[in-house]
Write a protein that binds this ligand. Structure first.
Ligand SMILES: [Zn+2]
Length: 363
């Protein structure tokens, strides 16, 4: 399927905006990194909601935006325009915000979900391409609504002890455990990605029902935020399923030990690979499912029409004026880890509920 001429000229304008040569033949467009095409789109594709492809190679039709504020959430880094997801995922995040609030988590700070039409992102992340992945900060919401600027600038705080690969026991609360519990037990969530230190914290302290630890998956990074990933939603025949996580907790089969003994062990020198690892080639449009061309060329709804309607329609927060989307601002934007005023410093009188950490279970 070819992009039509009018659409093509719109693409070229987008490319100009983000600094790519204006004169570009059609086959050159096919060579353009897909992240520039998808990262230039301010609004979703007005199509039936569907996830196409895979988490690391796909796109999203019919995406909806999570409202900037909900009773128990605030969306962060608004300039990135990544609060878009499959409607079923936005619903999952909304449900999580209520369940976690009941269990001692003051509310969710919602980080990156997907771009309006999904696809590879302008910066960061390999996944998050189908509107089925969402990052939630490891800091609970402060008791007040943050301004646009605060949501751009403040930094998240790692849950790890400084300079270590283990959780800081002085900062971990029952709320942390419970927000992860509710994320992992949400039936359609298939994985919750966290730093191995976080997984270890849960393995060492959770008692009683431990089956949900199966869905808590250790990975690199993910100590400033955790990452929820849902399975392929109905109505998405082109969505490729992930491998099953089986049914073990992953606490005592050696897989978690590997992270500490080998992968993250500062004393262990890793053998240098004989040939340097190949640089990953940038995805171009034709690497993605064909349906993604239609996603890219579809018309857009208004922002209002494409914003998810929350359960509590009466909830009102101070309104925030969102500036027009600019890809170049995204390229200059701050990561959540960047040093700056930390979220805890604006948390006001919020004192996280302290709990005695249960004694580690016997081996
Ligand atoms: Zn993530």
């Amino acid at each position: 399927m070819m992009l039509n001429a009018a659409r093509l000229s719109k693409k070229l304008r987008t490319l100009v905006l983000i600094g790519v040569a204006a004169i570009m033949p059609l086959d050159a467009l096919a060579q353009t990194p897909a992240k520039r095409l998808f990262g230039g789109e301010p609004l979703p594709a007005r199509l039936k909601p569907a996830a196409h492809g895979f988490y690391t190679k796909g796109c999203l039709a019919g995406g909806v935006a999570i409202p900037v504020d909900g009773p128990h959430w605030q969306a962060m880094r608004l300039s990135r325009n990544r609060r878009w997801g499959h409607p079923d995922l936005i619903k999952i995040i909304e449900d999580l915000s209520y369940k976690a609030k009941k269990d001692g988590w003051n509310g969710l700070l919602v980080g990156d979900i997907s771009q309006p039409r999904g696809g590879p992102m302008l910066t960061g992340h390999r996944s998050h391409q189908m509107g089925l992945d969402a990052d939630i900060w490891f800091n609970p919401m402060p008791d007040r609504r943050m301004t646009y600027k605060e949501r751009e600038n403040i930094s998240a705080v790692s849950v790890l002890k400084k300079g270590s690969i283990y959780v800081d026991q002085a900062r971990w609360t029952r709320g942390h455990t419970m927000v992860l519990y509710h994320a992992a037990t949400s039936p359609r969530v298939e994985r919750v990605l966290v730093h191995p230190g976080v997984k270890k914290q849960l393995c060492d302290t959770v008692r009683g029902n431990r089956a949900w630890l199966n869905k808590i998956r250790p990975t690199w990074g993910h100590h400033y935020h955790f990452h929820i990933r849902m399975g392929c939603p109905p109505g998405s025949p082109g969505c490729k399923k992930q491998n099953s996580t089986g049914n073990k907790t992953g606490c005592d089969d050696g897989s978690l030990d590997w992270w500490f003994d080998v992968e993250l062990n500062p004393n262990k020198k890793k053998p240098k690979p004989k040939t340097p690892p190949k640089k990953r080639r940038e995805l171009v449009l034709r690497d993605l499912p064909q349906a993604c061309q239609a996603v890219l060329s579809a018309n857009a709804p208004s922002l209002e029409a494409a914003t998810y309607e929350p359960i509590n329609t009466a909830f009102k927060a101070p309104s925030i004026n969102l500036p027009a989307y600019s890809a170049s601002r995204v390229l200059k934007g701050k990561s959540i880890e960047k040093a700056g005023a930390a979220i805890t410093s604006i948390a006001g009188n919020l004192v996280p509920e302290r709990v005695t950490i249960p004694t580690p279970r016997p081996r």
